[in-house]
Design a protein around this ligand. Structure first.
Ligand code: SF4
Ligand code: SF4
Ligand code: SF4
Ligand code: FES
Length: 945
């Protein structure tokens, strides 16, 4: 693939009216509003330019793109001049050439002439323009005042700012504003003294900068440049792939020298990200070749024995014989497996196939159990499909955005930038969150309503909103009559109309003034296109599924489903969590969310796989662990998931793992779960394999191999070897064959193949005969289940209650620079922003406990305690504390409890009653865990981690 894509100079204009003009004698037709520069580029004519690039609005500052237009005076800038019907433009005349050379002379007279040793040599637009305008001399000399000795800023770990090379084109400033929406950069000073500055002349690291890299990408010179390019030089080829961090699913070009990645460049035609990225996808990929990668299979008899490196064959045969032994001794159901939401669709499909066909049971589950399983349940019940309703582009038509229990600027940053752009354009914003997340007030964005409810009261809040909509006559009666089940609607309307669901009555639970709730409900119902975006703050509750249905109810009641700009949109966590659910990772469902007890579906799979399949749903992750502690579950194959760090009530998780006789961990690092493993199978990173990921908008995108697997095999090959060793034959030559099988067995994937995805760039399921190019918006002509189903959503307060012993509520979440359990991001420079997990506590609660900023505090719940540092923060409300779980040994999940969603067992991470006290030492759990870690991570033949 080409390293450089065409830069059209100014953005594409989406207009129905077209204009035709003539440029250098050639005719071209473009949408009205297109710049002359872009029209020329459409013809393949490159007008010299420096301050223009097609990701940014035109600015007209460098004066290099001048053109002559018949009948007009002067030489207008082509980047700021709209094309008009009948226009006759000349881009190359002697007069223009002289003017352009003059401009370039001025730039070059204040620019170091070290092109041969410059890191941007070969990728510098200033250099290209000097060539394009035929610059041969610089008459002004280099002796006058200049910026050549300006000091570099190397504070950001990923890029360097060298102001001596800056041409003050403002592309970086505009990228930070228009693309990223952070407004971290300014041009300080005027005229000759103008200089790009992060914040108040801070270094980049200490400024507002979130290290998204948009400015680096936009910079036409080496002023802002990636350190990996400084260290390694320019790439020579690139491979298109998909980010392996979050559910936004950004497309990237992995730019390489041989098989060494030197830069990840967000792909301009990527349909989820349109050329943007965040700090993780663009910069935090060094983990892929980190020294901690385990590249040899290992086995051991007991978890306290040192690991023995063995051949792949020995490791696979050992694992297979252990699973067979366990099944012979304890029964077919004594083993199971966990699929990975970090792995590809094809790999996930194979793991669940292995469990169902080779183990002969349905004991398969996935990490969605602990994040978005209520989304699957709630949306399937109400709409008929377990997935979000919109594509990301739909945000461009949103008038009212409702963000519930999500923190997009940290967890889904590229989509957050698009949200912020839409909000700057005038969309209104309602935030429902216990914390004052960044979106509540950030540069040029302010929420109209922040419903700062107490954790655990979401359902009371959604019922209060529904009550307002129904009792104030704001229901879209025509939509409901046409699209929804009438009896269910009537029942729901009667239910939410009851006085106990009014904003006034629910205020005692939520803590949010009734008037504010009513105002937000009115805005949602009457403000035009209203879209709900939500996250784990909705699902990770004992009423997670109820809340998902509650949101679906109000979307149907107001007619906000089934077109652009509306919808109920889960912001899914991991890169392929949507895919892992689609692929049949749940114990009760085959791919495409079809129940294992459905004879027709089961017989379809039995026919294809040549085995008899179990009609009974298998064990969920918590049930597997409970059964292990009880003694009936003895062996597990875990691909790419670290349940000993990510799942709630870690003590229970580790007790379960310790009770098993064969734990097989398949991962790129010796993770925390591997402390309890008997077989370690080295995994492959996303750069080392082919396959597909499915993002939060149901978009299936290609993952293409950029380097060979460090351990020799991609994960799908390892699962296949294990299956063959277990006696169930799998014989795929390439992941495309697995996708072909998925398409044969899954109606919503019927039209999906690697060829189709490559042809379309990406495709959103359902993709079948009815929708051969996929489905960006669901439920357009009717709900997938037929009529939309309103569900009763009675509020039941969680059993997790605060009291004298545990008076505070702990809620957990993520931050931008780290990802989930941190296995990848901790092995990058991202630690510069978040070196440890801290406890955010309101000043009032801190003062009551004598806690100051940075103090070590003990965080205790009824199930466990840990110690970490305090950060005093007014983002919290009094009575609520917050932490992340990115670092090993912090143990936030030692404190979280076993309470879970009534329908799906999704843990109630977001509500734990706790007490916080000053402390001067690690907790007992932390000390004993460190000892256990020390004892279980030794490798016999090589140095331990
Ligand atoms: S890296 Fe991103 S946030 Fe930081 S200054 Fe550049 S554009 Fe702005
Ligand atoms: S840093 Fe780069 S993009 Fe920013 S003004 Fe200077 S040359 Fe232009
Ligand atoms: S927003 Fe998500 S998918 Fe995109 S680059 Fe960042 S982590 Fe990767
Ligand atoms: S590119 Fe048009 S003025 Fe700079």
């Amino acid at each position: 693939m080409l390293i450089k894509e065409t830069d059209f100079g100014t953005p594409f204009v989406n207009a129905e009216a077209m204009v035709t003009l003539e440029i250098d004698g050639q005719s071209v037709t473009v949408p009205a509003g297109t710049s002359v520069m872009r029209a020329a580029a459409e013809l393949g004519t490159k007008v010299p330019k420096l301050c223009a690039t097609d990701s940014l609005n035109s600015f007209g500052s460098c004066r290099l793109c001048l053109v002559e237009i018949e009948g007009r005076k002067g030489t207008p800038a082509s980047c700021t001049t709209p094309a008009e019907n009948g226009m006759k433009v000349k881009t190359q005349t002697q007069r223009l050439a002289d003017l352009r050379r003059n401009v370039m002379e001025l730039y070059i007279s204040d620019h170091p002439l070290d092109c041969l040793t410059c890191a941007a040599n070969g990728d510098c637009e200033l250099q290209d323009m000097a060539g394009a305008v035929g610059l041969r001399e610089v008459r002004y000399g280099y002796d006058g005042a200049n910026h050549l000795n300006s000091a570099k800023d190397t504070s950001n770990p990923y890029f360097t700012f060298d102001p001596s090379k800056c041409i003050v084109c403002s592309r970086c400033v505009r990228a930070c504003e228009e693309v990223q929406g952070t407004f971290a950069l300014t041009i300080d000073g005027r005229g000759f003294a103008s200089v790009v500055s992060p914040g108040q002349q801070d270094g980049f690291l200490d400024s507002e900068c979130v290290s998204c890299g948009a400015c680096v990408q936009a910079c036409p010179t080496a002023t802002l440049i990636e350190n990996t390019i400084i260290d390694n030089g320019q790439p020579e080829h690139s491979v298109l792939t998909t980010c392996a961090y979050c559910g936004v699913g950004c497309s990237f070009k992995a730019e390489l020298k041989g098989d060494q990645v030197v830069r990840m460049m967000p792909y301009k035609d990527g349909k989820a990200n349109h050329g943007h990225s965040c700090v993780k996808g663009r910069f935090a990929w060094g983990y892929a070749t980190h020294k901690d990668r385990i590249t040899k299979p290992m086995i051991r008899a007991r978890i306290t024995d040192p690991w023995q490196e063995v051949s792949w064959e020995d490791a696979i045969n050992h694992a297979a014989s252990e699973f067979k032994r366990i099944q012979a001794k304890y029964g077919r159901g004594a083993v199971g497996g966990i699929t990975s939401s970090r792995c590809t669709n094809e790999e996930t499909f194979l793991v669940q196939k292995l469990i169902r066909a080779a183990f002969g049971n349905n004991n398969v589950d996935t990490c969605a159990r602990v994040c978005h399983s209520p989304t699957g349940y709630g949306l399937k019940t109400t709409f008929g499909t377990s997935a979000g309703t919109q594509d990301f582009d739909s945000v461009e038509d949103v008038d009212v955005m409702v963000v519930i229990g999500a923190n997009p600027t940290d967890a889904h940053p590229v989509f957050a930038s698009r949200m912020k752009r839409r909000l700057r354009e005038g969309a209104r914003l309602i935030v429902v969150d216990p914390r004052r997340i960044e979106l509540v007030k950030t540069a040029h964005v302010a929420a109209d309503h922040h419903l700062q409810l107490l954790p655990g009261t979401n359902v009371a809040m959604i019922n209060a909103i529904a009550h307002t909509i129904v009792t104030e006559g704001l229901v879209n009666e025509a939509y409901v009559a046409e699209r929804c089940e009438p009896e269910d609607f009537k029942r729901w309307r009667d239910f939410v109309s009851q006085p106990e669901n009014s904003p006034e009555a629910t205020e005692k639970y939520t803590g949010v003034p009734a008037a504010e709730v009513r105002a937000a409900a009115r805005l949602y119902a009457t403000g035009g296109n209203a879209a709900i975006y939500y996250g784990l703050g909705v699902t990770e509750h004992s009423q997670g599924s109820t809340m998902v249905m509650g949101m679906a109810n109000i979307a149907m009641a107001t007619g906000n489903i089934g077109r652009r700009g509306v919808g109920v949109n889960p912001l899914r966590g991991q890169n392929n969590v949507q895919g892992s659910c689609d692929m049949g990772s749940f114990p009760h469902e085959f791919s495409g969310y079809r129940h294992v007890s459905d004879d027709t579906v089961r017989h379809l799979f039995e026919g294809a796989w040549g085995v008899t399949l179990d009609a009974e749903p298998g064990l969920r992750i918590p049930n597997m662990l409970d059964s292990a502690v009880e003694g009936s579950f003895k062996g597990i194959y875990i691909q790419g998931e670290d349940i000993a760090q990510s799942d709630p009530n870690i003590k229970h998780v580790t007790d379960g793992l310790k009770a098993m006789e064969c734990v097989v961990v398949h991962d790129i690092f010796l993770n925390e779960t591997a402390n309890f493993a008997h077989v370690f199978l080295p995994g492959a990173s996303f750069l080392e394999k082919d396959g597909t990921f499915t993002n939060a908008e149901r978009r299936i995108s290609m993952v293409n191999k950029a380097m060979p697997p460090l351990a020799g095999y991609a994960d799908w090959e390892v699962t296949m070897m294990l299956s063959n060793a277990l006696g169930y034959r799998m014989d795929y030559k390439h992941p495309s064959e697995i996708m072909d099988e998925i398409a044969r067995l899954t109606p919503t994937f019927k039209g999906v193949s690697f060829d189709r995805i490559r042809e379309l760039g990406s495709v959103q399921w359902p993709c079948n005969d009815a929708a051969p190019e996929g489905t960006p918006i669901m439920h357009e002509k009717g709900f997938v289940r037929g009529k939309g189903k309103f569900m009763i959503t009675a509020f039941v307060p969680t059993d997790e209650r605060t009291g004298p012993r545990f008076p505070l509520i702990l809620t957990t979440g993520r931050i931008l620079s780290q990802y989930n359990v941190g296995a990848q991001t901790r092995r990058t420079e991202n630690g510069a922003w978040h070196p440890e997990d801290v406890l955010e506590i309101h000043p009032h609660d801190a003062e009551n406990r004598g806690i100051r900023e940075g103090d070590l505090v003990s965080l205790a719940s009824r199930v466990g305690d840990t110690t970490l540092r305090a950060r005093i923060s007014e983002r919290m409300q009094p009575g609520v504390v917050y932490t992340t779980f990115h670092h090993v040994g912090t143990g936030a999940n030692v404190v979280t409890t076993e309470y879970s969603d009534w329908a799906t067992n999704c843990p109630e991470y977001k509500v734990t009653a706790v007490e916080v006290r000053l402390s001067n030492q690690k907790s007992e759990w932390q000390r004993s865990y460190e000892e256990l870690r020390e004892a279980t991570r030794k490798i016999a033949t090589t140095a331990a981690e």
